[in-house]
Write a protein that binds this ligand. Structure first.
Ligand code: ADP
Ligand code: MG
Length: 342
């Protein structure tokens, strides 16, 4: 069977069934941002791993080695954050192509290490092997969370509001622009003044996980389900809906897309809505919360962190499916079109 006939998530589902065995210490197995294991009566252990492959996840012609390391580690911290946890310890495995130097490898580690320093954890091991051609970095990160603060994708309730931290689409807009600048044939991109897209460029090059925001949200009883945005709003809302057994309605005009992203999208001829729905790696949080707690929860997080939160939709009954309501009021089924590996 071709991998493309079932896709990444179809494959994961099949593997999950093949390797399943009941284990009372496993609170959440395959299927969320991190696995959750019972540590003690009040603390749970989180495990997450992400692998970044050259030419699939990054491009050495666009990103510096330090930026590649930074982003590899951010992806894992963001997953621990999305579970409501605190990062623990990291293992980093790296597959090095013959053309990479010691200095370049050290720069990758400087990037990895700066995330660890900033978010207060250590890299304690890993593995180093050669690679025939591409650079591959795999990060494994542990975390911990008090049981009452654990956030999963599976706890959304009908009538919850669906919220997003910060803004969406910037990371993808920045990437498209960086790619188009690298490709000298496409001259229109270079005509766009650099200071007008610096913020979105940095959304791609220096993404930041929403650890503090996630931890504050996890302490609020009214917050129910949470996931980080690694593959666009549509896909993440789909994961929450499927795993919670609910439907969802997203309001197009409420989706937070920044001014720089909008202007850059216009310049590049891409729809800002598509960037937000299907663009990757914004590392924002999508969560659902009880509607009557709205004011208090949003105020608590924004006051403490300065991060804005947008209410972008609501959780509906499962049979209503997942829809987007356009600015004109049309209801259109929302299909995830994030990155397709297969
Ligand atoms: P994220 O984007 O949050 O990192 P993924 O979509 O990569 O999440 O993974 C979803 C779930 O599937 C996670 O629980 C992850 O651990 C699991 N998973 C992904 N690939 C595999 C695999 N090859 N074997 C076992 N579990 C996997
Ligand atoms: Mg995730």
């Amino acid at each position: 069977m071709d991998l493309s006939s079932i896709g990444e998530f179809g494959l994961i589902d099949r593997l999950k069934k093949r390797i399943f065995r009941p284990d009372r210490r496993v609170v959440v197995g395959i299927g969320d941002d991190a696995a959750v294991l019972r540590q003690s009566s009040e603390k749970l252990l989180l495990l997450t791993t992400d692998v970044l492959v050259e030419r699939v996840h990054f491009d050495r012609r666009i990103q510096s080695y330090r930026q590649i390391g930074w982003r590899a580690m951010v992806a894992s911290v963001s997953d621990v954050a999305a579970m409501g946890g605190e990062p623990g310890h990291a293992l980093v495995s790296i597959c090095l192509p013959a053309d990479i130097t010691v200095e370049q490898t050290e720069e990758v580690y400087d990037g990895l290490h700066s995330v660890a320093e900033e978010y207060g954890f250590s890299i304690v091991g890993g593995d180093t092997v050669s690679s025939p051609r591409d650079l591959v970095i795999s990060v494994f990160l542990t975390g911990e969370v008090r049981e009452e603060n654990l956030m999963t994708r599976a706890a959304a309730q009908t009538e919850d509001l669906i919220c997003v931290t910060g803004q969406l689409g910037g990371a993808q807009a920045g990437l498209v622009m960086l790619q188009s600048l690298k490709d000298k044939e496409k001259t229109p991109a270079s005509a766009f003044p650099e200071n007008e897209w610096q913020q979105v460029r940095d959304r791609h090059l220096w993404p930041r996980p929403r650890l503090r925001e996630a931890q504050l949200l996890a302490r609020e009883a009214g917050v129910h389900a949470m996931i980080d945005v690694s593959d666009g709003l549509a896909g993440e809302v789909g994961h929450i809906a499927r795993q919670s057994g609910v439907g969802a309605e997203i309001w197009e005009q409420e989706i937070p897309v920044g001014q720089q992203t909008r202007r850059l999208a216009e310049h590049l001829g891409i729809s800002p809505l598509d960037l937000a729905l299907h663009g990757g790696e914004d590392f924002e949080l999508v969560f659902t919360m009880a509607a009557d707690q709205r004011r208090r929860i949003l105020q608590a997080v924004t006051e403490e962190t300065g991060t804005s939160i947008a209410v972008v939709g609501k959780v509906t009954a499962a049979q209503e499916g997942i829809n987007i309501v356009s600015s004109q009021g049309d209801r259109i089924p929302l299909v995830a079109e994030g990155y397709r590996h297969f």
